[in-house]
Design a binder for this molecule. Structure first.
Ligand SMILES: C[S@@+](CC[C@H](N)C(=O)[O-])C[C@H]1O[C@@H](n2cnc3c(N)ncnc32)[C@H](O)[C@@H]1O
Length: 176
């Protein structure tokens, strides 16, 4: 993902300049051969169009190490991300710490804990109910919450086998 994002952010200078065939090696669950050789083009926007004055940066590293400055962000958006933690409570703690008072945390995604079944890895796997109660214990206030947002992730939409997540979407606020 880092190689990919480096290429898009630093090397792409034109919309739809490149073509990929993401499903070309997949021979199963095809309704039509045309789906196997379907092309996608990228980037959908030109990163170079970003105004020079834009406050945009990209940081590579562990979320817990990279984002440490207290009360420095107006908003944190996590998309299919919070389940990448060894300890989801430390992610919540970090988001609470780095948000300014009045700041928002917007989240969307499932709880497919990445380390759940990885040998020799420690992992805390809480239900959403438990995650929610910890979010409240930190002091966040819920502004919006949808518990079963039908969502997919990186898959061939034409395939005869697709996964669908019932993702959680929420917006919480650190009080002023
Ligand atoms: C499931 S992907 C979601 C990516 C993107 N938000 C999306 O919706 O397509 C999870 C992302 O979290 C990143 N990630 C995993 N563990 C991380 C950590 N400890 N610190 C920072 N990023 C991490 C991975 O590199 C990956 O880009």
């Amino acid at each position: 993902m880092l190689f990919g994002s480096n290429f898009v952010l630093n090397k792409c200078r034109e919309v739809n300049a490149f073509t990929l065939y993401p499903w070309v090696h997949s021979w199963i669950n095809l309704r039509s051969f045309s789906h196997q050789i379907e092309a996608v083009t990228f980037p959908d926007v030109n990163p170079a169009d970003l105004p020079a004055s834009a406050n945009f940066s990209m940081a590579a590293g562990d979320f817990l190490d990279v984002y440490t400055e207290p009360e420095s962000w107006h908003c944190v958006a996590t998309v299919f991300f919070i389940d990448t933690a060894h300890n989801i409570i430390s992610y919540i703690e970090t988001i609470w710490k780095i948000l300014k008072p009045g700041g928002y945390w917007v989240n969307m995604g499932p709880l497919l804990y990445h380390f759940a079944e990885v040998p020799n890895e420690h992992s805390i796997e809480l239900s959403y109910e438990e995650v929610r109660s910890i979010i409240l214990k930190f002091g966040f206030e819920f502004e919006k919450e949808e518990l079963s947002v039908k969502s997919t992730y990186t898959q061939n939409v034409h395939s005869m086998l697709t996964y669908q997540y019932n993702s959680v979407f929420f917006v919480v606020r650190k009080p002023l």
